[in-house]
Write a protein that binds this ligand. Structure first.
Ligand SMILES: Cc1ncc(COP(=O)(O)O)c(C=O)c1O
Length: 400
């Protein structure tokens, strides 16, 4: 292939394409339009007037919905506002102001959190915003490397926890095994400092083919008598409406007791109308069937990217069974160049390094591809650009 001519040809098209953020497409959002159409008297839910203040933990039916999505008992779950990220930030605020048993994190000289890499840029942004030191740890294909973690936890007392995206991890797509998860529970429940496993189960029901539930981390933790080490998050952002869904946080009884006074100081109650709409919606629409409809829209896009990468035949990439991302891995030292070549052709890609703490991918080789938001036609055009830029970048390296 003459990549230079192809590059010039694509440049002349003045394209404007975007594979940056993992957002649902408009036709995915359309699947939940009935949410907005609910009318009539649904102001009373489980005897509670949902127009009023109160029900800080969320309405019962919505906590039940959260338990269906996250696969743990309803007793652990609170249904909050429209985003799990904001619940993460509220829980971090609590840790900095109150702490989890050994005083406020803000009093500590240094607080570090382990960040499995490649990972989710917004976890890293939260850490940066709170002044938390981030320590990268490798992923193995079934969760983070336990040996690495064990050594770090034994030698660094500033470590207070770990971010985990256990199912279809953003962006590697891997699924944590129960063995790795038990290992994590053991390490963090025995660490000298009191630690938290931030279990961000954002893609719990986002399967492309077989709907395979993840094990329940609270059951594993209960067996090992260490439930307090886990705080789980999730939301309906990529189930119903991103931005107008419901976020969930799940915690042990003790953690709920500790967090409740702080959380209650921040607000008098969540948006229960939206919660009730969600409860109604999933009484009328089976959750599994609804997710199958998402998969019908999303899977052809993943297949398209996979086919285009296969025919290009350069680098390596993931073929996840769910979630929102494909991770492309070039040879070392090429990602930045590929991304800037793509920008010249009007294709926006997530900045190089975004998959790593502080934006530093030492090897400069990871590129996160988010194929869901655009149409199939746009995705095809975007992969045309991507393949050309990867081909050109490899050619440039060969010529040096
Ligand atoms: C791992 C992960 N967690 C959380 C979020 C955001 O969730 P929410 O919309 O509930 O804030 C995303 C969105 O991409 C994500 O990939």
């Amino acid at each position: 292939m003459d990549y230079i001519s192809k590059f010039e040809e694509l440049k002349s098209k003045n394209l404007s394409l975007d594979l940056t953020r993992g957002k649902p497409s408009a036709d995915q959002l359309d699947l939940s339009n009935d949410l907005a159409a609910f009318r009539g008297n649904y102001f009373i839910s489980d005897g509670v007037d949902i127009r009023n203040y109160g029900e800080i933990k969320g309405i019962d039916g919505c906590r039940e919905l959260g338990s269906k999505i996250l696969g743990c008992s309803k007793d652990y779950i609170w249904a909050g506002g429209n985003s799990s990220l904001s619940l993460m930030s509220q829980f971090l605020s609590f840790l900095f102001v109150e702490g989890n048993g050994t005083g406020p994190w803000s009093n500590k000289e240094r607080v570090s959190i382990l960040c499995p890499v490649p990972g989710y840029d917004r976890h890293f942004k939260l850490c940066e915003t709170f002044g938390i030191n981030m320590i990268p740890v490798s992923l193995t294909g079934e969760g983070p490397d336990l040996n690495e973690i064990q050594t770090l936890v034994e030698t660094d007392e500033s470590i207070r926890g770990i971010w985990c995206v256990p199912k279809y991890s953003n962006p590697t797509g891997e699924i944590y095994s129960s063995e790795v998860t038990e290992g994590l529970l053991e390490i963090f429940s025995n660490s000298k400092t009191k630690s938290i496993i931030f279990w961000d189960n954002a893609y719990a029901v986002h399967d492309l083919s077989d709907q395979t539930p993840l094990f329940d981390i609270f059951s594993l933790a209960k067996n090992n008598d260490c439930e307090d080490v886990v705080v789980e998050f999730g939301s309906t952002s990529k189930i119903t409406f991103a931005g107008a869904g419901v976020g969930f946080i799940a915690m042990s009884e003790l953690n709920q007791e500790s967090f409740l006074p702080f959380y209650s100081a921040l607000m008098i109650g969540p948006d229960k109308l939206n919660q009730a709409r969600h409860v109604r919606f999933f009484q009328e629409n089976d959750l599994q069937e609804h997710m199958r409809r998402h998969a019908d829209i999303v899977k052809p896009k993943f297949d398209l990217v996979n086919n285009r990468l296969e025919s290009m035949g350069l680098g390596a990439w993931t073929s996840p069974e769910g979630g929102y991302f494909i991770l492309f891995e070039s040879d070392i030292g090429m990602a930045r160049n590929i991304i800037s070549l793509a920008a010249e052709l009007g294709l926006k890609l997530t900045p190089a390094g975004a998959t790593h703490p502080y934006g530093i991918d030492q090897e400069d080789k990871f590129i996160r591809i988010a194929p869901t938001a655009c149409s199939i036609e746009e995705l095809d055009a975007a992969m045309d650009v991507f393949s050309c830029c990867v081909g050109l970048a490899y050619e440039q390296v060969r010529k040096v």
